[in-house]
Ligand binder design. Sequence first.
Ligand code: HEC
Length: 413
Amino acid sequence: MIRLAKLSMMIIGMLLNSSFVQAGEFKPLPGQTAVRVCADAYNLPYSNDKFEGFDNKIAAIIADELGIPVEYYWFPQRIGFARNTIKKTDPETGQYLCDVAMSIPAERGIYSPTKPYFSSIETMVYRTGEGYELNEISDIAKISKEGKKLKIGLFDRAIATEKLLADGLSDQIEYYQMMAGDAKVIPGRLVEEELASGRIDVAFAWGPIAGYFANKSSVAMKVVPLNELGEDFVFSFGLGVRHQDEEWRDLLNKVLEKRKDDIQAVLADYHFPSLANVKPSIKNKKQVYNIVDGKVDDKTYVGWRVFNTTCFVCHGQDATGDIAPNLVERVADMSEFKFRKQLLKRYFAKVNLDDPNRRMEFLSQLGEAQAAKFKMPTWSDDPYIRSHISELYAYLKARADGALGEGKPERLE
Ligand code: HEC
């Protein structure tokens, strides 16, 4: 019954979709009269209320494509942003305050993300023309040994902190706070004020911020992207919508794809640092699964078996989805770390499914209506699942990467 309903929904969806594409241009969703952006009014280079940020320009491109204006709902970008903007309704109209947040991490979390429209990395910025050159973090220690103790400015918990401390530079570091009390104090001040004025000699800052403020400054500066940190420190960002707004997210994805050259041009205008020669990730080198001639290693095999004791009930026998999402799609861009977190996270389900026995009993009598109501149970109290998360990940990742097909896998000798 569930499957049939879903199938007919899919067919309707496909029909709608194809007529949409044939029209040759993108239209706003029914009832949509503006691209309603949730943004920070004082957060350059991202956005401000004078529309000077790159996200302001990108919002304008999206609106142009849809033939409607941009409207902003301003709120400081900090903890509670989503709760106070995209997830909040106006008590009078009952309408959400805004419908899209920008520059949000391209992983499913508070928002449902689009495909990323930019990636960046941490950088090191310094004033040029002072008789030294910095190309890597370790150059700071080298220059210090030669007698010039450079003063380093960074935000607390900066990525480079550990390396700087290991290089013995702790007494040269000045820590700054990321979330200053005043919403108008932007993180760019490390470059714009502290570095330009000479109070510090080297600033560590996030790529888009460093590129923008170094370029704007009247003092000559160089931005060195820390590509030496490797792929694991490249972070990607997309647009974020409410989880239920799948159509809106799909439409935004199409617009981002169509206008990607215009968006790239905006990012170039804002001097995003180059990601050429980023070192490959060390973690990625560690093989998650091993498959030779379609035969799988023990780990992947055990993952398949565990999956088919428990997870298949909701996610389908080959993980392609049933009453719960298609994990072949969902795990494609999900790190093992994130996967583990998702599995052990405590959801507030309508029915308490934390106890494995209650869960099996409940699942066996699950009806369609109930199925729609509950969420993924937490697996933190289930020792069997908890001790096989790596194996489950190996199986699902192999499926997601297309390295393993449906059905029972064959084992390697
Ligand atoms: C009782 C039904 C049920 C079972 C059993 C179940 N899941 Fe889920 N799972 C869901 C639902 C529903 C969601 C949708 C997310 C939500 O809102 O909680 C989900 C979401 C997920 C997600 C997150 C997807 C994302 O994009 O964030 C992962 C990963 C996942 N399940 C893995 C598993 C694994 C591995 C197992 C087996 C140990 C399992 N699930 C068993 C119902 C289930």
